[in-house]
Design a protein around this ligand. Structure first.
Ligand code: MN3
Length: 202
């Protein structure tokens, strides 16, 4: 069963007024993410050892395996982008009560959380991702990863929310202004309902 590009939960112009244009989705979802899916399917097709594995299994078995670096990169990017689309919402930016209470408990305040989450993305040198995770100790934490890596392989925790800091994520709408793209995500686009649902399911 080949991997497939997941559809967006909203129309590609649904976030245009909120700072993420239809053109960004056409490139980022329709071209960048799709390219990872097509490449991953090609790698699986020619390697019997990879066949019948779930996406998560492929990511774990290819992590830190030099021969399988292309598998890790394309499988990781498929998972990371799928989580990113779920981390966006046309009704984003509003914190539901249970998540807000847990954020206040673990970060001190919503503002302190947003600043920490923003700094994770601002300080990720080069391409990568910023993450809100629930640590194995049951605490909310923010972290970052390079390129295609994910908390799934670092043991930092269960992913609740993520945003992409590869330049292709923001260059059409924000040019080189990564910090402005991140603030806009946190205040207007972030699907905190998705993060809360992940927290409550953990
Ligand atoms: Mn991307």
């Amino acid at each position: 069963m080949a991997f497939e590009l997941p559809p967006l939960n909203f129309s590609p112009n649904a976030l245009a007024e909120l700072g993420m244009s239809q053109e960004t989705f056409e490139y980022h979802h329709g071209k960048h993410h799709n390219t990872y899916v097509v490449a991953l399917n090609g790698l699986v097709e020619k390697n019997p050892a990879l066949q019948g594995k779930s996406l998560e299994e492929l990511i774990k078995m290819s992590y830190n395996n030099a021969e399988l670096t292309p598998v890790f990169n394309n499988a990781g990017q498929h998972l990371n982008h799928s989580q990113f689309w779920d981390s966006l919402s046309p009704k984003g930016g509003k914190l539901p009560g249970k998540l807000e209470a847990k954020i206040t408990e673990d970060f001190g305040s919503v503002d302190a959380f947003k600043e920490a989450f923003k700094q994770a993305g601002v300080t990720q040198f080069g391409s990568g991702w910023a993450w809100l995770v629930l640590s194995p100790e049951g605490k909310l934490k923010v972290t970052k990863s390079a390129n295609a890596s994910t908390p799934l392989v670092t043991g930092e925790g269960k992913v609740l929310l993520t945003y992409d800091v590869w330049e292709h994520a923001y260059y059409i709408d924000f040019r080189n202004r990564r910090p402005d793209y991140i603030s806009n995500f946190l205040d207007k686009l972030a699907n905190y309902e998705f993060a809360e649902a992940n927290l409550l399911a953990a």
